[in-house]
Every structure is written in structure tokens, then in C-alpha cells.
Design a protein around this ligand. Structure first.
Ligand code: PLP
Length: 393
């Protein structure tokens, strides 16, 4: 017998980075030398004191369910951390601990998406935004993220897309896949414009908030009181603390939505893995030296990778201001992005992701993750150079 699901499942998408990872691993198993610049996760291990905190939690007997919203001391630590870093006031009552950053976007889009409404999302952007919007039957309205704006949001263009059908707007800075950081003047203008649309909810994906460069400090939408009553902030431990496999995240919800997310948690995941929550507590309250060390390494690679990418034939790359991705423009090479990414993996042994995997505005670009050693990065770019010179489009 063949079972059929509701039609939303015909529309649900996925993240091609996982498919590229699987193909890269399969090729590596055949003995081929593969350098993976496709996956978006730090190449560092989780700092040792965080791992030790999880082991201690297990030994101390933290084996059962926790409250659905998370252990109180962790909710407090999150509230303190964001309140301090953004010089604002966030109450632990508005914080929920969730199993990964993705769970917040899944939940927020599920809460607002339905046929007939518009949800705005960045394009190029994290692919799950659009996939989930389509799943709910809402209209996905791309906000173009343009190289001429250094891959930052344009307040004017974003606001021009809002109509009376707009229910939710998704923002992401520092951004995946382009590494753009939206400057203060654009955020100010965006918030000012959003004040005229009080029925539009906002989800700000700030998972890369601690990954900015050149002494530029992240600006959180939490710093704008006029939109706090309809602002959902997505964040977590995956990137900052190199904890992608722990499946840990948190989000901050306005009072009016908090009971909905709490009940969704009770229905869907009960709570986050208990020892992982103790590890997250150690991450926030313990020494931050490892975070600084990782950021220093990412910064050094960022500058060297951009220099190297700019020597490739038909390629130009602006310097990303955040996260750990470069988004080189390959238009002059004559190659389309997806065939190039595929050939680079199969022939040159370098995994990257084609820009169109992040939306239609990603054509003409590749995403290069510099979460890999400098040696590997430079060797990979050398391989791309040889490939492009041997295979002009
Ligand atoms: N948001 C963005 C912009 C991301 O790039 C990612 C992961 O790549 C996530 C959210 C999801 O993070 P997590 O692995 O914690 O679910």
C-alpha cells in the first residue's frame, strides 16, 4: 500500500549542504582527496569545559525530562547574556531552550504561515526559510540580498515588499550564505518603517551574532523597544561554541506568543536533552577564550581566502563582514553556479555550494565556508584555479 501525506509535504524542501556533505563523504570513501568547504559548521571541537559539564551532568544524574521551556538556570543565563551584550532588558520568562536554531524558524513559520498570507525572507538566504514557508501554503516573498549593498538588507527595498497580506518578515544578520552584516542605518530605517506595520511579526535570525569582524559589534533587533511586542529572536550555541551536533538553541518570544511556543514544545519535543542544557550553561557562564580564539582563526582565514579567491579567473569576491562564509561572484567565468559546484566536487575534489541552493538571487555565486584549516582552504582554491583554467566555460 502507498500512503499519501497532506499536500504540504509535496512542497517541503531541504538543505542541499547535507546532500553535498553526503556526496563528499561518499567520494572520500572511494579514496578520492576531498576538501569540504560546503558545510556550515566550525571545524573546531566543542571547548573542553563545555564537554566536561555535560559529562558531569550525566554523572550527577540529570537523566530525566526538564521543564519544556528549559532548566531555569539556563533560561536565566540566556536572559543575562543577551541583556548584557545588547544593553537591554530581556526576561528569562520570554526565553525558551530549543533543540537547535532551526526549531525556532520552524515554529515561527508554522505559527504565521497559511494560504493567502505573505512571508518575506532573505534571498540568498538559509534554505529552510523558504521550504517551511512553502510547506505552510503561505506565499514566499524573497527579499533580494544584493552584492552592491555588500550583501546587507536594504531597508527601502525590504519595506517596499510589505503589503496588507504580509504576516511575518524574516531577517538574518550576520548572514548565511553571503556573510553580510546589515549596518546600523539600514536597521534603524527598517525598524522605523516596520512601526507603520504593527500587525507584521518579525523573526530575526541572529545565530551568527558573535561572528562579526573588524571590531564591528552586532546590532540585535532586541535593542529596538518599538518592535519588541512582535519580535522573535533566533539564536543558539551551534556556531559560537562549535556545538552543531549537540542540537541546542534558544529563542526569545514576545509575551503574546510565549504560551504558543511552550505548548508546541510540549507537543513536539518535550524538552531539550538534559545534559546538553548543562553544557550550554557552562558555555554561557564559563570562560569565553575559546570563542575569541576561534574568531581570530576565522578572521585570518577570511582575509586570506578572499585574497586567494580574487586571483581566480572570472571570479571576484567582496570581503564578508560576518559569519564564516565567502560568497564569490563567478559570473565572469561563464559557468553557472550549480554545474560549477558539482564539477568542482567531482573533478577537483572541492565541495562548495552553488548560490541557487540559497534562492534565485544566488545564481552567479558560490558559497565557500572557511570553517576549515588555512592549508586546506588555500589548497582548495589552488584546485579551483587549476580547474577553471583547464575548463573555461
Ligand atoms: N540560521 C542560520 C542562518 C543558519 O546558517 C543555521 C545553520 O546553518 C541555522 C539557523 C540553524 O542552526 P542549528 O544548527 O542550530 O539548527
Amino acid at each position: 500500500m502507498t500512503l499519501t501525506t497532506i499536500e504540504g509535504f509535496d512542497r517541503i524542501g531541504e538543505e542541499n549542504a547535507f546532500a553535498v556533505l553526503a556526496r563528499a563523504n561518499a567520494l572520500a570513501e572511494t579514496g578520492k582527496s576531498i576538501i569540504n568547504l560546503g558545510i556550515g559548521q566550525p571545524d573546531f571541537p566543542t571547548p573542553n569545559h563545555i564537554v566536561e559539564a555535560a559529562i558531569k551532568a550525566l554523572k550527577d544524574g540529570h537523566h530525566g525530562y526538564t521543564p519544556a521551556t528549559g532548566i531555569p538556570q539556563l533560561r536565566d543565563a540566556v536572559a543575562n547574556d543577551v541583556s548584557q551584550r545588547y544593553n537591554t532588558e530581556v526576561s528569562a520568562d520570554n526565553v525558551i531552550i530549543v533543540p537547535g536554531g532551526k526549531v525556532t524558524m520552524f515554529s515561527a513559520i508554522l505559527m504565521f504561515g497559511e494560504p493567502g498570507v505573505d512571508i518575506l525572507y532573505p534571498d540568498p538566504g538559509f534554505p529552510i526559510y523558504r521550504s517551511m514557508i512553502e510547506f505552510t501554503g503561505a506565499n514566499p516573498i524573497p527579499i533580494p540580498i544584493r552584492e552592491e549593498n555588500a550583501f546587507a538588507f536594504s531597508a527601502e527595498e525590504t519595506l517596499s515588499l510589505i503589503t496588507d497580506k504580509t504576516r511575518l518578515i524574516i531577517l538574518n544578520s550576520p548572514a548565511n550564505p553571503c556573510g553580510g552584516v546589515t549596518p546600523a542605518d539600514q536597521i534603524d530605517a527598517l525598524v522605523k518603517g516596520l512601526e507603520a506595520h504593527p500587525n507584521v511579526a518579525i523573526m530575526s535570525d541572529e545565530i551568527y551574532d558573535q561572528m562579526t569582524y573588524d571590531n564591528e559589534k552586532h546590532i540585535s533587533l532586541l535593542q529596538y523597544p518599538s518592535i519588541r511586542d512582535r519580535l522573535i529572536v533566533l539564536n543558539g550555541w551551534s556556531k559560537t561554541y562549535a556545538m552543531t551536533g549537540w542540537r541546542l538553541g534558544y529563542s526569545i518570544w514576545p509575551d503574546s506568543l510565549f504560551d504558543s511556543i511552550r505548548k508546541l514544545a510540549v507537543n513536539a519535543w518535550s524538552c531539550v536533552n538534559a545534559p546538553a542544557q548543562y553544557a550550554a550553561l557552562a558555555a554561557l557562564t564559563g570562560p569565553q577564550d575559546d570563542v575569541a580564539m576561534m574568531m581570530q582563526a576565522f578572521d585570518e582565514r577570511r582575509l586570506k581566502v578572499v585574497d586567494a579567491l580574487n586571483t581566480l579567473p572570472g571570479v571576484s569576491c567582496i570581503t564578508p563582514k560576518g559569519a564564516f562564509y565567502a560568497f564569490p561572484n563567478i559570473k565572469e567565468s561563464g559557468w553557472q553556479a550549480k554545474p560549477l559546484a558539482s564539477q568542482l566536487l567531482e573533478d577537483a575534489g572541492v565541495a562548495t555550494i552553488g548560490g541557487p541552493d540559497f534562492g534565485i538571487h544566488g545564481e552567479g555565486y558560490l558559497r565557500v565556508s572557511y570553517a576549515n584549516s588555512l592549508d586546506n582552504l588555500l589548497q582548495a582554491i589552488e584546485r579551483i584555479d587549476q580547474f577553471l583554467r583547464a575548463n573555461p566555460a
